[in-house]
Design a protein around this ligand. Structure first.
Ligand code: NAD
Ligand code: GLY
Length: 368
């Protein structure tokens, strides 16, 4: 364990916060709370699941107890299919039973599912209380824990119910990745590749020049820390310039428009979110080729990297009418037009609002 930490600022005007990255920093949650000005009469509700809390619950609880607060731990069921309004209701019940007040805090200890739900429960309890993100998957470290998008799925689509609610702190203990299943690590690499494509050519080159990127043991602790730092720095910059996604922030959805279709139509949980994003990046790359926005060579490099990360690339066999209907239900639809983030090179993308149904059909026929 190496207690050296890196601190990245998210200097939002109304809700500035820090992203703390370190190996073993989970032990210092309590100290970080003190730095945030948390007093020992603050009520804290930690949301996690059985598996994650077995590994890390005690460390977090003990660290908070050391500053004189006895937090309550509330466990929710694991899984993307539980990311729904019923689970939010259960978290609200726990908030009620714990007598949370306006100045109380929720802590999300887990992956993106727990982070998104805890954030949304915090956003809606007493019209909004503070919360802290302690992400324990690579995907939630590089993406879900930063930026304040919180919410749950609706049977009609991913994350359709939600709110922007920024955390007060993001605490990333890279040591927690030691227990993360390899498939989940690979899913996180999909979002890392996303960052490389949308805005970090050097990150792309680093990944391309690393012989194996499909597991933590192959990537190594030092490189994984660098990957996390680079990824959250890109995200922090984008979020600061467009917190509520009126423009630029949409680029973070690269691969997600088709990815959400895969998740929705294949059933939540069949493909991991990151796997669906990987397939979505391949799909939208095809739109890029149709529009001649990027070169076949760059598209091949992206595919090679996704394959090297051990991620799926094959578009599932989906009914085209259903695909188009699901795309129309996407949050990114504006005036009936589906918004796509299309690559223009390694390290750059553009937002397109004028992709026609015919182009989507052509793209889908190339994928099947
Ligand atoms: P997840 O939260 O489902 O976690 C994956 C699995 O790993 C779970 O079974 C969990 O119990 C287990 N796990 C987590 N940490 C572990 C650890 N350290 N050791 C052992 N097991 C561990 O999946 P995820 O990929 O973290 O998150 C996916 C979710 O994030 C999706 O719902 C997606 O929509 C959301 N997301 C949100 C944003 C955002 O900006 N809010 C961005 C990207 C993704
Ligand atoms: N993951 C997309 C966003 O945070 O905007």
């Amino acid at each position: 364990m190496n207690k050296e930490t890196k601190r990245i600022q998210v200097p939002l005007l109304d809700n500035p916060y820090e992203i703390v990255i370190g190996d073993g920093c989970l032990e210092d949650v309590g100290k970080e709370l003190i730095s945030l000005g948390v007093k020992n009469n603050c009520k804290i509700l930690i949301i996690s699941n059985k598996e994650i809390s077995q590994h890390y619950g005690n460390t977090v609880i003990k660290s908070i107890e050391r500053i004189g607060i006895k937090p309550t731990l509330f466990l929710i069921e694991e899984g993307e299919d539980k990311k729904n309004i019923n689970t939010i209701s259960k978290i609200h019940d726990a908030a009620f039973n714990s007598k949370l007040e306006r100045g109380s805090l929720m802590i999300a200890l887990g992956g993106g599912v727990i982070g998104d739900m805890t954030g949304f429960a915090a956003a809606t309890w007493l019209r909004g209380i503070g919360f802290i993100q302690i992400p324990t998957t690579l995907l939630s470290m590089v993406d879900a824990s930063v930026g304040g998008k919180t919410g749950v799925n609706h049977p009609g689509g991913k994350n359709l119910i939600g709110a922007f609610h920024q955390p007060k702190l993001v605490l990333i203990d890279t040591g927690t990745l030691q227990t993360l299943p390899e498939r989940e690590f690979r899913a996180g690499m999909a979002e890392v590749i996303k960052y490389a494509i949308i805005g970090d050519k050097l990150l792309f080159n680093i990944l391309e020049n690393t012989s194996k990127i499909n597991s933590l043991s192959n990537v190594g602790n030092n490189l994984v820390s660098e990957i996390i730092e680079r990824s959250v720095s890109i995200k922090a910059n984008i979020v600061v310039s467009d917190e509520k996604e009126s423009g630029l922030r949409a680029v973070l959805n690269y691969g997600h428009t088709f990815g959400h279709v895969v998740e929705t139509l294949c059933g939540y949980g069949n493909f991991l979110h990151g796997e669906a994003v990987a397939i979505g990046m391949i799909a939208v790359s095809e739109l890029g080729l149709l529009r001649k926005s990027w070169k076949p060579d760059d598209s091949n490099r992206q595919k090679e990297l996704i394959l090297k990360a051990g991620l799926p690339t094959q578009w599932p066999n989906l009914d085209e009418a259903k695909v188009l209907r699901t795309l129309q239900g996407d949050k990114k639809v504006k005036d009936g037009n589906i918004r796509f983030i299309i690559p223009t090179g390694i390290g750059s993308v553009e937002i397109f609002n004028n992709i026609t149904k015919e182009e989507i059909s052509k793209c889908l026929s190339k994928l099947n």
